[in-house]
Structures are given as C-alpha cells and as structure tokens.
Write a protein that binds this ligand. Structure first.
Ligand code: C2E
Ligand code: MG
Ligand code: MG
Length: 604
C-alpha cells in the first residue's frame, strides 16, 4: 500500500477527531476555570456574609432581627436579646407581633408588612415604642429592609437602635423647661400656655374661665426669720395642699416666689369660683409643720374672669394680680374679684414705681417739718419730720400713697436714711441757733426694721452730728410690733438704751393693744387725728381720749394729739390734760426755711 494508498475518508475522520479532541480539551479547560472562579466567588460571598453576620453578632448597640414572610423570627442577634429581653432560642420561630409589638400596634404592623411584601409599599424608618419581654416599653429607632432568599421568598430585616436614654434625657430637659424645679408644678411659661388653650376653648364653647392669683401672706418673713431652706419646704408643702384640691382638668402653676396661679375652665357661673377660692383658703387653716415647727401661713387670692375681666392671657393675669393686691389690702387671708377700679389703682401704682426709680438721686425728696406745741405753755417743743415727694411728671405725691410703695420696693431703706440725715442735721442747726432742747420726731416704717444696719446707722448719724440722743424721737406704728420678731425687740431696746425716745404713732387706729405700751420702752403716745377730729362733737371719742391720756400718764408717757385744727379742739385737749399738740391749727408741715421763720416767730 502506497502513501497515496491511505484511505481518504479515514484521514478526514482522524483530523476531525483530533480537532474535536482539541476543542474538547479547550472547553474542559474553560469549564474548570469557570468552576474555579465560581467557587472563588461563592467562597467570597460566604465569607462576606459571615463577616456581616459577625458584625451583627458582635455589635451590642444595633439590634437586628430577621423574619420570614409569615413574620416568624429567623434571625435574632445578641443585641436584640439584650434590647427586648428574649433569648435567641426563645425568639426563633415566634411571630413578630407576639414578641415585641404592643397590642395597639398589632394590626397596623401586620398590615404594613403584608402590604410591603405584596405591593412593594415599604415601611419607612421611624421612632417606635415597642415592648420588652417583661411588658415594659422600649423606645427604638427602627429601620427595615425586605430581601429575597434563595427560594425567592421575602424576608424582612429590622434594624433597631435603643433611643430610650436619649428620649428620657430629652423629656427631662423638656420637663425642666416647663416645670418648676422646687414644687414640680407647671412653671409660668407652661401655666400661661395652658391659660391660652383654655381661653381658646372657652371662646369656642362660650364658657367662662377663671384665673386665680394666689400669693402667700408674709412669706418673706418666713424666709427672713427661718431661712430659705425652711421657706422652700413651706412652698413645697403649700404646693402639695393646692394640688390636692384641684380637679383633674384644672391647672395649678407656680409663677415664681410665693405666687401661684390656678386656672379653671368650663365655668358656668361665678358662684363656683367663690366656692373654689374659699376652699383654697381653707387649705391654709391648719398650720404647716416644717422641721418640727408649726407655722401658720395664710394666702391672698385675686380672681379675674374670662371674658368679663379680659380676653387676653396677659390682661387676665394682670387683673388677677391687681385683685390679689386688693385682697392683701383688705387684710389678707381673703379673696377679691377684679373690678375696673383696681385697674386704675394698679396703673397708678406702676406709674409711681416708675417715677420713684431714681427720684432720690434727682433730689425730688425733701423733708418738711410740722411744729409740736406744749399745750400748757404754748411753747414750741420740736417738730415731726415728714417726707415730701415732688415729681416733675406726677406733681406732689402724698406720703400716704408713696411710703407704702417705698416699703414694698425696699426703697424705704435709702429714703429713710435720707430723712434721718436731713432731719438730724437740720435739727442740730436749730438747736445750736435757737432752741437747745429742740425735739425732732422721725417716722420709721416696719420695713426699715428689717434692715440689720438700721440701729447702727441711726447711732452713726446722731454721733456725727453731735445730736443729743434724748432730743430724737422715733415714731412707730403698731404694724412694727405686730410681727413680734426678736430683732424688733432688740432694735427697740438698743434705741431706747442710749436715750432715744420712742413714740407710738396713730394710736387708736389699729389694734391699740395696751400691752404693747407696757411691753416696749415707749415714752410718747400719739393719738390719731381721727379721734381729735370729732372730739368736739362726739362724747364717745372724748371719753376714749380721756382714757388713753389717763392710761398713758399712768405709764409715764407723754401724750401728743395729732391733727389739731381748731381752738375748740385744743381747749378740749387742754381740759383732758394732753401734753403736746400738733396740727394745722399751728401750722401745716413746711420746708426747713419756712420752719426757721416759724421758730423765730415763736421766740419773739
Ligand atoms: P403720721 O406720721 O401720722 O403723720 C401725720 C400726718 O398727719 C402727716 O401727713 C401730716 O401732714 C398730717 N397732719 C398733721 N396735722 C394735720 C391736721 O391738722 N389735719 C390733717 N388733716 N392732717 C394733718 P403726711 O405728711 O401726709 O404723712 C402721712 C404719713 O406718711 C405719716 O403719718 C407717716 O406715717 C408717713 N410718713 C411721712 N413721712 C415719713 C417718713 O419720713 N418716713 C416714714 N416711714 N413714714 C413717713
Ligand atoms: Mg408720725
Ligand atoms: Mg400719726
């Protein structure tokens, strides 16, 4: 067989087989490579998934839970165990809504998940309050993802972050902003906000709303004498008593200091309010026991009504405040309904306060003098120093009006000092030039005694001016003695011990307690001018004056009659053995220069 003898078909078949073999080898090579690559990818995927699982397993701040399409737990990381209190083993297989969903959210959650799975409406991330295994609530920020598993079935993953602490802190901060730290009552801000809401409601429902402004009486005295801690305890106890009687829908708030506000909505008539105010006052009837001390404390209440006394928050508050102020003036431990007249009083008061500011520095105050005459011999014995205020805007203002405001604002301390310095310096001059034993009487108000420097400053002033102490007389009213504080006792004794005289002013107008005259070192009794006024016409007044003079003389006190305006009055006083007279009959209070002239006229 020759070369050419090879079978042609066989040749072709061989070539084809070889080619096929080569192709097969190449395909096998590619396949192997592909399998290797796929394995690598799968391995990488497994590794990556494991890594992520590890992350979820290791993190303690992010709770991750997986649920199948039936909402049964398929994944529950340790943070979820910690957050919700269910172990992984307990949780696996249980339904979401049976584990951590509060009852009221159950239906919404189930519907929401089904809607997502079926219609693609995703559940947005949000802050939720879910439920722990012990039933207690837990606040979380929850995000959700929906994935498909290898069987193309939906799986829901929830990623929850515990925000309870953050929420608690936020609530605490909010509480601090709206509630009073001492009594835990709504503060001014919140109380006024509630009032606003009440007013809106009252307008819609055509009903009344009441604002009761309550201020504790003499609370400052408690603070001053027993200390602030005691004052704080008292405020807490007072707040508790007030809280205990209000209805669920009413608001009681603390406006600051010893001021409280009570808001009552849905009122049909004013009688309801009167009963509530009476009940409030009743809460103060029994004494407060603070640090085993019994303290009696009363309150004054002012009432303003919507819509009668105002439609705006600020207006109602202002008017209730005016009414409260009025209740204080009525004698405290009482309540007052607002009237228009109070408004005028309040704005006048505000005007006075405004103008009083800086009045001393602007030299608007001046001391006037009114002569005191010896009834037996008609001689000038001295004068009472009386303060005058001349203001460019308001004109002449009576001390009856401005002294109480001075007292309340505390301005009485520098103003009182001014009166002392002026009067003592002036008196010393008159003593040196005209009458050696010229007597000067100066008024002291209760508030001035609260100044611990008072006595020392009086001593300093008379020392500097070389005034003999027994030519100075201090006029005080019963108001000073009423409180019965030890420091007043001490001050009066120190004053009296160096020879300064003490006069009981306005006798007959207050309690006129005779025991005060015995208990304190008084030298002079000043009978109030309201008695002198009727001495000629009213025998009863005459009798009273007679008795007062006899009693004063029995206690070795001199008697001054205030407000003597006529010679008839003077005659009666002479007959009754009164010692000294003061009044328009002799002279009105006059400025220092005019008084110098008056002295001269008496000497001629
Ligand atoms: P007070 O101490 O009882 O003074 C007597 C008041 O009676 C004075 O009123 C005086 O002007 C007035 N008066 C005197 N004689 C007559 C009269 O014949 N008829 C009438 N109708 N009134 C007469 P004033 O000056 O208006 O003072 C009122 C009150 O203001 C004083 O009453 C006193 O409590 C207080 N006050 C005046 N100056 C001072 C002061 O410097 N310090 C303090 N703490 N209070 C003062
Ligand atoms: Mg006086
Ligand atoms: Mg008087």
């Amino acid at each position: 067989m020759t070369h050419e003898g090879i079978d042609k078909p066989l040749f072709y078949i061989s070539v084809a087989i070889i080619l096929l073999f080569i192709l097969f080898s190449y395909w096998l090579f590619r396949l192997k490579k592909e399998i290797r690559q796929r394995k690598q990818t799968e391995q990488a995927l497994i590794e990556s998934e494991a890594r992520f699982r590890n992350v979820f397993e290791a993190t303690d701040a992010i709770a991750v839970q997986g649920y199948n399409k039936h909402r049964e737990v398929i994944y529950w990381n340790p943070a979820s165990e910690h957050l919700y209190g269910y172990s992984k083993n307990t949780a696996l297989g249980q339904k979401l809504e049976n584990l951590i969903i509060p009852d009221e959210m159950r239906e919404t959650v189930i519907q929401g998940i089904n809607d997502w799975i079926e219609n693609g409406h995703r559940i947005p991330s949000s802050e939720l309050t879910l439920k722990k295994s012990d039933g207690s609530p837990v606040e979380v920020f929850s995000s959700h993802v929906l994935l498909k598993n290898s069987n193309n079935e939906a799986e829901l993953y929830c990623i929850d972050i515990d925000i309870s602490l953050h929420k608690k802190q936020a609530r605490e901060i909010e509480h601090q902003a709206y509630y009073d730290a001492l009594t835990d009552l709504p503060n001014r801000f919140l109380a006024l906000d509630r009032l606003n809401q009440l007013l809106n409601m009252a307008e819609r429902n055509q009903q009344k709303t009441a604002v009761l402004f309550l201020d504790l009486d003499d609370f400052k005295k408690v603070n001053d004498t027993l200390g602030h801690e005691c004052g704080d305890l008292l405020l807490i106890e007072a707040a508790n008593r007030l809280k205990s009687i209000i209805r669920a829908n009413d608001t009681i708030g603390r406006l600051g200091g010893d001021e409280f506000i009570l808001l009552i909505g849905s009122l049909d008539n004013n009688n309801d309010i009167q009963a509530i105010a009476e009940n409030l006052l009743k809460q103060f009837l029994s004494p407060f026991t603070i640090e085993s001390r019994e303290i009696i404390l009363t309150a004054s209440i002012g009432i303003a009504l919507y819509p009668d006394d105002g439609t705006e928050t600020s207006e109602l508050l202002r008017n209730a405040d005016s009414a409260m102020y009025h209740a204080k003036k009525k004698g405290r431990n009482t309540f007052s309904f607002f009237t228009k007249k109070m408004n005028q009083d309040a704005s006048r008061r505000l005007e006075l306060e405004e103008q009083m500011h800086g009045a001393l520095a602007r030299n608007e105050f001046e001391v006037f003098y009114q002569p005191k005459i010896n009834i037996y011999n008609g001689k000038l014995t001295g004068a009472e120093a009386l303060l005058r205020w001349q203001n460019p805007v308001l004109g002449n203002i009576s001390p009856v009006e401005f002294i109480p405001i001075c007292e309340q604002t505390g301005l009485i301390i520098p103003v009182g000092q001014f009166v002392f310095e002026q009067a003592v310096r002036q008196t010393r001059e008159w003593q040196q030039q005209y009458i050696e034993d010229f007597n000067i009487a100066i008024n002291l108000s209760p508030r001035q005694f609260r100044d611990p420097e008072l006595v020392d400053s009086i001593f300093r002033i008379i020392e500097n001016s070389h005034l003999s102490a027994d030519t100075l007389e201090l006029e005080i009213t019963e108001g000073v003695l009423l409180s019965g504080h030890n420091y007043i006792n001490e001050a009066l004794n120190r004053i009296s011990n160096i020879g300064i005289k003490l006069a009981m002013d306005d006798f007959g107008t207050g309690y006129s307690s005779l025991s005060y005259l015995r208990r304190y070192p008084f030298n002079v009794l000043k009978i109030d001018r309201s008695f002198i006024k009727d001495i000629v016409t009213d025998p009863a007044d005459r009798e009273l004056i007679n008795a007062a003079i006899a009693m004063a003389h029995g206690l070795n006190l001199k008697v001054v009659a205030e407000g003597v305006e006529t010679s008839e009055q003077l005659k009666y006083l002479q007959a009754l053995d009164c010692d000294i007279a003061q009044g328009y009959y002799y002279s009105q209070p006059v400025c220092a220069d005019d008084f110098t002239q008056l002295i001269k006229s008496y000497l001629n």
